[in-house]
Design a protein around this ligand. Structure first.
Ligand code: HEC
Ligand code: HEC
Length: 434
């Protein structure tokens, strides 16, 4: 079937939600074929379709008539009792190939092409280039200090655990274990989430007990089962024992008289984390590159939306924007972790967790705060069951998983390369395995 692609700027478009009362002027793209015609606004918000036969003669009459064509479509559509959004109805009859997102890319629109409703994409955002903070502006000097500290095992009691031990930057910011090994191989109780894109979340930790990555970074260094340092003073003593660190702190905090502090350690690590972003094919798609996702992946996205996952997993991070109960619809069987109740002491917060981001989710198994869910398929299936009260079939799960894999981004290899660390001196405290 020959199809024509026509781009028309300006003109009237009706909203695609079935209310042909509000008229909006917008840039739009129209697609016309032998059996149908469609117009979509370039911001993706408005669209309309109609059988081409009704407008065929006008279509043949050339460029100047295009605005007229679309007006004619308007007439046809509005005469159908307000059913502007005709995709559904026309699809079986005319094998309608429609729908475009912001940016409008129409080429390659074959008879079986999967369509994604542009309005649905409004719930999502492309990743930012970095995750800014007014309180802790990013500078090169801070970032380069933060990178050293991130990889620094001497910030642990036995000089054998660094942030990177549990959040391996070469492995998408995780260690792949259900729960991590800390000081003397001790296990924590929760799965290590990834540090990639984490700085953009509204709070940190599964239970949100730290407001931002700067506060968060103060936790593990002194946590007895993680890095197990005994006091802030001890940490500062370690850092001050090495001229390489003293210099780096001076550069990172040039206004301060005594820059080597526990707080500044955390601020430098935080600044480093604020650039740990992993743009993915999904971002290209959101930016208008229709070809960035395959039909199978677009179908998966549609399934994700149909199931209702976006109620909790939306925005730039597909999560990281709110708290929700694990077991929102059906009680989750493993209720050993109180979740936010441990933070707020409110019983109503039992089993409430931060909705985690789904960025790079393919790479961060095992899943859930327990780390007990081994595969992404199982994680998706359980989500549907406990959060939405739905039983997904295996092929639906596979389809959603295919979509989720488009969230796998590229690791900024140069940025996360382990730097050379300052040399210890005679004053540097010795490792201790107690
Ligand atoms: C022994 C393993 C271990 C070490 C070492 C460790 N972490 Fe973590 N990290 C975890 C675990 C487990 C959690 C989740 C704990 C929770 O939510 O209660 C976590 C949570 C986080 C989070 C929150 C992410 C989110 O999505 O909420 C960030 C950020 C983070 N760690 C950064 C760091 C930094 C920076 C360091 C070094 C200063 C570090 N971690 C050291 C295991 C570790
Ligand atoms: C009512 C809110 C809600 C809905 C709806 C929801 N989720 Fe979740 N999701 C959560 C919460 C909360 C968690 C954290 C669970 C925990 O504490 O272990 C989570 C965790 C996940 C995880 C594991 C993340 C990780 O890092 O371990 C995946 C994968 C996931 N959700 C996918 C989905 C999919 C796919 C759907 C739709 C079928 C969905 N979710 C629907 C709230 C929701």
């Amino acid at each position: 079937m020959p199809r024509q692609r026509r781009v028309v700027q300006g003109g009237w478009l009706y909203p695609g939600d079935g209310t042909p009362t509000k008229r909006q002027q917008a840039k739009f793209t129209s697609t016309v074929g032998p059996s149908w015609a469609a117009g979509v606004a370039q911001d993706g918000e408005y669209r309309r379709t109609a059988p081409t036969e009704a407008v065929g003669s006008i279509i043949e009459s050339g460029q100047d008539a295009k605005a007229e064509i679309l007006d004619k479509i308007d007439m046809l559509v509005s005469s159908e009792e307000g059913s502007v959004d005709m995709d559904g109805r026309l699809a079986p009859v005319f094998s309608l190939c429609l729908v475009l997102v912001a940016g409008m890319y129409l080429a390659g629109c074959g008879p079986k092409a999967v369509t994604v409703d542009a309005a649905k994409l409004q719930l999502f955002k492309a990743l930012p280039d970095l995750m800014e903070s007014q309180k802790n502006p990013i500078t090169e000097a801070k970032v380069s200090l933060g990178r050293m500290l991130y990889y620094e095992p001497r910030l642990s009691r036995n000089h054998d655990v660094s942030c990177n031990s549990c959040h391996d930057l070469a492995q998408y910011g995780v260690d792949g274990q259900p729960v991590s090994d800390g000081h003397k191989g001790q296990k924590g109780t929760r799965n290590s989430p990834t540090v990639y894109n984490a700085a953009g979340h509204f709070v940190q930790f599964w239970d949100g007990r730290a407001p931002d990555v700067e506060e968060q970074a103060k936790g593990p260094v002194m946590n007895p089962v993680e890095m197990a340092m005994s006091s802030e003073k001890q940490v500062v003593a370690v850092l001050k024992s090495m001229p390489g660190y003293v210099d780096a702190f001076k550069k990172a905090f040039p206004e301060e008289r005594d820059p080597v502090t526990y707080n500044n350690m955390a601020r430098a690590i935080g600044a480093f984390e604020r650039r740990l972003v992993t743009p993915a094919r999904w971002d290209k798609f959101l930016q208008g590159d229709q070809a960035a996702l395959t039909d199978q992946e677009k179908t998966g996205f549609n399934k994700f939306m149909e199931a209702g996952c976006q109620a909790c997993h939306a925005g730039a991070y597909l999560g990281g924007e709110m708290y929700q109960k694990l077991g929102a619809v059906k009680p989750f069987p493993d209720a050993s972790d109180l979740g936010r109740e441990a933070v707020t002491k409110q019983e109503s917060d039992r089993m409430i967790f931060k909705v985690p981001s789904l960025r790079n989710i393919e790479k961060t198994a095992p899943y859930y705060h327990t780390g007990k869910v081994p595969t992404l398929e199982a994680a998706v299936k359980e989500m549907a069951e406990y959060q939405l009260g739905k039983q997904l079939k295996d092929d639906e799960v596979a389809s959603i998983v295919a979509y989720l894999k488009t969230l796998t981004g590229s690791i900024p290899a140069e940025y996360v390369k382990q730097p050379e660390l300052p040399k210890s001196t005679a004053k540097t405290p010795k490792p201790s395995n107690t």
